[in-house]
Ligand binder design. Structure first.
Ligand code: FES
Ligand code: FES
Length: 180
């Protein structure tokens, strides 16, 4: 087997059709950062442990360090660069600013993509759900309370204990422009 053999793949990245020739062992993360020029997606552990590399693959959140680019031929990828709607920030991006939900910012692209995927999944109903379902995204700066608050803000969860002791949910989920 020739390890240097390259394979043609097509991906739709942030709404644009892109073509690449890649070796079989190139991860989606490395393709995005080194071949597509999209360095917003971060490499933390490169082993599926930190969530810094989270992107949306056909709308579902994945660790891009754990999937090979050739496996995603024909699929659609949204990175943090694709969340904003032109000059308009994605609601999650605005909420992260409003809530001071980052310090160094290294984990933030993964947090944002993960939160967008979380909201689209529709499984989270409470602040505790947000904490649990975002637990794959680590933040070494410890901005977890603010990250949780920002996601809850976009989801319309007020964070105050409701009947039964869970956070109250005020409005239906909103996915923002990219995932609508
Ligand atoms: S870089 Fe992919 S999970 Fe850490
Ligand atoms: S803001 Fe620094 S790692 Fe999360």
């Amino acid at each position: 087997m020739d390890l240097h053999q390259e394979y043609p793949i097509r991906l739709r990245i942030n709404g644009q059709d892109r073509q690449f020739e890649v070796q079989a062992w190139v991860t989606l993360l490395d393709l995005l950062r080194e071949r597509a020029g999209l360095t917003g997606t971060k490499k933390g552990c490169d082993h599926g442990q930190c969530g810094a590399c989270t992107v949306l693959l056909d709308g579902k959140r994945v660790n891009s360090c754990l999937t090979l680019a050739v496996m995603q031929n024909g699929h659609e990828v949204t990175t943090v660069e694709g969340l904003a709607d032109g000059d308009g920030l994605h609601p999650l991006q605005q909420a992260f600013i409003d809530c001071d939900a980052f310090q160094c910012g290294y984990c933030t692209p993964g947090q944002l993509c993960s939160a967008a995927g979380l909201i689209a999944e529709g499984q989270a109903r409470t602040g505790d759900d947000v904490r649990e379902l975002m637990s794959g995204n680590l933040c070494r700066c410890g901005a977890y309370p603010q990250i949780r608050e920002a996601v809850m803000q976009v989801m319309g969860i007020d964070g105050k204990p409701a009947e039964g002791g869970e956070d109250g949910k005020k409005t239906p989920f909103t996915t923002g422009p990219v995932l609508a």
